[in-house]
Design a protein around this ligand. Structure first.
Ligand code: SF4
Ligand code: SF4
Length: 501
């Protein structure tokens, strides 16, 4: 912290309740708490607190309360406390400010301005407890038409490879190194148990996780970490990562201190060195180049696995998505402005990109207009917070959604944004073996499965209310949405009518 910056958080300790157990002292990786044996006192250094609330949660006597420091400086609509604090930090360090998690700025969250429909009388609602509701989703290229044998009625159209998920919710790519081994194990186990997919992210794929390959998407990113033929062949699908919502246009950086021996082995790089992913894929400078890589990955995997292209939601997302589909992508993943990250320059995370809702609507519309919507599935990512967001995303045109931050929160993340430090007190965004142990993978698996189950039940309730019994029938069905509090141009981009219309 800069020498003159006030603390962001205040740690209140009720001394009468404190039993000097030192749980807080041992639990805080940011070394906020210390015990003075001479005076038998536990003290806190507020300026070190990042607001992760680990100590507060584990204090056996509830003696601790961590509060946001309102910093009672003279109000100034221009120079807000965040600007002053960031500026002070840069005056102190002379470096790019890093951050973790997703964009927390008050850009319009369109999910909260879209309302869902419900049926009555003429198209009665469906009771999901009594009637079957289909959430199963097939991800991959679909044919423009289906042909059947005249004699036996058998399907004769050859279908491309499909990924089958039991709910339209898939875990998004988070690299091994950015998040811990136990977090990866939990995501793998939950994907297996619930019938969805886990994504390796760009950090390679530990060999022992290959037993989960039937439900794994492996990533091929610019750093090409850990990629070999077995990596590609053992997975259910391959994802070419062109962009990421939290940091469009720039590469990745896993600091050397997080590159432990197992991370290094998985990434196929030396331990203790920075793992740098270049900003562009160095063999992709055009759609033709992208087509060559898609073709090469399909050839390498015997044309048996769908290839996904992940792009960040920026101004030309619709054109790029169209190009990627024409280049042979079977799935397009679009990652919006609020997508999470293990580490990103704060200035990029907070100022580059567009909200997923607008990008998703634009991509779906463009593919429909060009008559190629069937040629690829769409995965929407970046800021999916609830089952309602999932339903609205599908009504806007997605086939399914990716969740990253929501999955981390289900495992215990408190969104403190300190992922880049390697000191995550919850054992999630760490590689340190001692901190990794804090996340019990079996308990985390249970929480993830519960989340998927709860959201899936809620999705069925919403579908039933709309009189729809299959998620497939909701895709791109914007008549089920109405906008509130939106400008005309926003309704136009979203392709949604205003409420009452
Ligand atoms: S965890 Fe609670 S009871 Fe234990 S030393 Fe810290 S403040 Fe005191
Ligand atoms: S993963 Fe850990 S460090 Fe990152 S935001 Fe969540 S609690 Fe904080």
């Amino acid at each position: 912290m800069p020498f003159f910056a006030p603390a962001q958080f205040i740690v209140d300790r009720d001394d009468a309740r404190c039993i000097r157990c030192k749980v807080c002292v041992n639990q805080c990786s940011f070394e906020v708490h210390s015990y003075d044996a001479e005076t038998d006192e536990v003290r806190s250094r507020d300026e070190r607190c990042v607001g992760c609330h680990r100590c507060e949660a584990l204090c056996p006597t509830r003696a601790l309360a961590v509060r946001f420091n309102p910093m009672e400086i003279r109000p100034n609509a221009n120079w807000r406390p965040e600007h002053i604090r960031d500026l002070q930090r840069q005056a102190d360090t002379g470096g790019v400010l890093l951050t973790g998690a997703g964009n927390d700025k008050p850009f319009r969250i369109y999910w909260d301005h879209l309302l869902l429909n419900a049926s009555q009388v003429t198209n009665p609602s469906i009771d999901p407890l009594r009637e079957p509701m289909e959430l199963r989703t097939f991800l991959g290229r679909k044919p423009d038409r289906l042909d059947f044998d005249d004699l036996d009625g058998e399907l004769t159209t050859e279908l491309g490879p499909q990924l089958v998920v039991e709910t339209p919710i898939v875990f998004s790519g988070m690299s091994y190194g950015a998040i811990s081994y136990n977090a990866h194990l939990a995501l793998n186990q939950a994907a297996q148990e619930f019938g969805t997919l886990y994504n390796t992210g760009e950090g390679g794929w530990p060999a022992e996780f290959r037993r989960f390959g039937n439900r794994t998407i492996v990533q091929c990113a610019s750093g090409r970490f850990g990629i070999d033929l077995d990596y590609l062949e053992s997975a259910a699908a391959v994802e070419i990562k062109i962009g990421q919502g939290a940091k469009p246009g720039i590469g990745g950086h896993l600091p050397a201190e997080k590159v432990t021996a197992p991370v290094a082995r998985t990434r196929m790089i030396p331990a203790g060195t920075d793992a740098l992913s270049p900003a562009p894929q160095h063999d992709i400078y055009s759609i033709e180049d992208l087509a060559m890589l898609i073709g090469a990955l399909k050839e390498a995997t015997g044309y048996a696995k769908p290839v996904c292209v992940k792009i960040s939601a920026v101004h030309n997302a619709a054109a790029i998505a169209s190009g990627a589909v024409r280049a042979g992508a079977d799935i397009i993943a679009i990652d919006g402005l609020r997508g999470g990250t293990g580490a990103a320059p704060k200035v990029i995370r907070d100022n580059v990109g567009i909200p997923i809702e607008l990008a998703l609507a634009a991509v779906h519309d463009r593919l429909v207009k060009e008559g190629i919507r069937n040629h690829a599935s769409i995965l929407a990512a970046g800021g999916i917070r609830s089952s309602a967001d999932v339903v609205k995303a599908i009504a806007l045109g997605a086939d399914a959604v990716y969740i990253g931050t929501a999955a981390l929160v289900a495992m215990g993340c408190t969104l403190c944004q300190m992922c880049y430090t390697g000191k995550c007190n919850w054992g999630i965004a760490v590689t340190d073996p001692w901190l990794t142990k804090r996340l019990n993978p079996d308990i985390a698996t249970r929480h993830l499965v519960n989340l998927l189950r709860a959201w899936s039940l809620e999705i069925k309730e919403m579908l039933g209310g709309m009189g729809i019994n299959a998620i497939e029938s909701l895709r791109g069905n914007r008549l089920q949405l109405r906008g509130v509090g939106l400008e005309d141009w926003e309704l136009k981009v979203l392709g949604v009518r205003g409420a009452g219309a």
